[in-house]
Design a protein around this ligand. Structure first.
Ligand SMILES: C[S@@+](CC[C@H](N)C(=O)[O-])C[C@H]1O[C@@H](n2cnc3c(N)ncnc32)[C@H](O)[C@@H]1O
Length: 181
C-alpha cells in the first residue's frame, strides 16, 4: 500500500524541486567539469542527492559539511534537511555556491568557506559528505578519532579504514554510507 504523503513531505518535495531545477538550469550553461587548484571539479546530480539524503534521513544530523563543495549543489540540497557548510578551495566555485544559496533563500542554513578542508575543524560535523577527486588516505588520518557518519558519492575512491554500513544506488550513481571504523 502506498503511504499518503504528509503536508510536511509535500512542502519538502516542493522546495526540493526548486533547488533541483536551479542546479539543472545552471548545468545548461556548460559542462560541470574543470580542473581546480586542488583537484578536479565535477558536480553531484541534484535529484539523486535529494533521493539519497531522504533515504539516509539527513535531518537526523545536526551539522553537514561537504568537503570540496564545488558549485554548492550538495550543500543546497542538504540545507533542505539540516544546517550545511561547504568548504571549497576554488574561489570562483565558492562565489557561485554562495550565489545559489542566496538565490534559493537558503542563507540561514547553508554557508560556504573558501579554504583547504584539511585546515578546517571538520570534526565538528556529525555528517561529512565528499565526492572525492582523489584517494581519501589523508582524510582518513585526520578523522581517526571522529565518530560521525561519512557519505561518499561515487565508487572511485572508497575509504580503506571506515566501515561501510550501506550502499545506495540510483541508476549509475551511488552513495556509500560509512559509520565509523
Ligand atoms: C568532484 S568535485 C565535488 C563537488 C561537490 N562536492 C559536488 O558533490 O558536486 C571535488 C571538489 O573538491 C575540491 N577540493 C579538492 N580538494 C580540496 C581541498 N583539500 N580543500 C577544498 N576543496 C577541495 C575541488 O576543487 C572540487 O571542486
Amino acid at each position: 500500500m502506498n503511504q499518503i504523503p504528509s503536508s510536511e513531505d509535500s512542502d519538502l518535495a516542493g522546495k526540493a524541486s526548486g533547488v533541483i531545477d536551479y542546479f539543472r538550469n545552471r548545468l545548461k550553461a556548460g559542462l560541470p567539469y574543470r580542473a581546480t587548484a586542488s583537484g578536479a571539479w565535477a558536480a553531484s546530480r541534484p535529484k539523486h542527492l535529494f533521493d539519497f539524503f531522504t533515504a539516509v534521513n539527513l535531518s537526523r544530523f545536526r551539522c553537514f559539511i561537504d568537503l570540496g563543495s564545488g558549485d554548492g549543489v550538495a550543500c543546497c540540497i542538504a540545507g533542505l534537511f539540516t544546517r550545511a557548510i561547504g568548504i571549497e578551495s576554488d574561489l570562483h566555485l565558492v562565489s557561485e555556491a554562495g550565489r545559489a544559496a542566496e538565490d534559493l533563500k537558503l542563507q540561514g542554513r547553508v554557508g560556504f568557506i573558501c579554504a583547504d578542508f584539511s585546515t578546517q575543524s571538520i570534526q565538528q560535523a556529525d555528517c561529512l559528505y565528499i565526492y572525492p577527486d582523489k584517494p581519501l588516505d589523508g582524510l582518513e588520518r585526520v578523522l581517526e578519532s571522529w565518530g560521525g557518519t561519512l557519505l561518499v558519492y561515487g565508487p572511485h575512491f572508497p575509504p580503506k579504514l571506515f566501515v561501510r554500513v550501506k550502499k545506495l544506488r540510483l541508476g549509475m550513481e551511488t552513495l556509500s554510507v560509512y559509520g565509523g571504523r
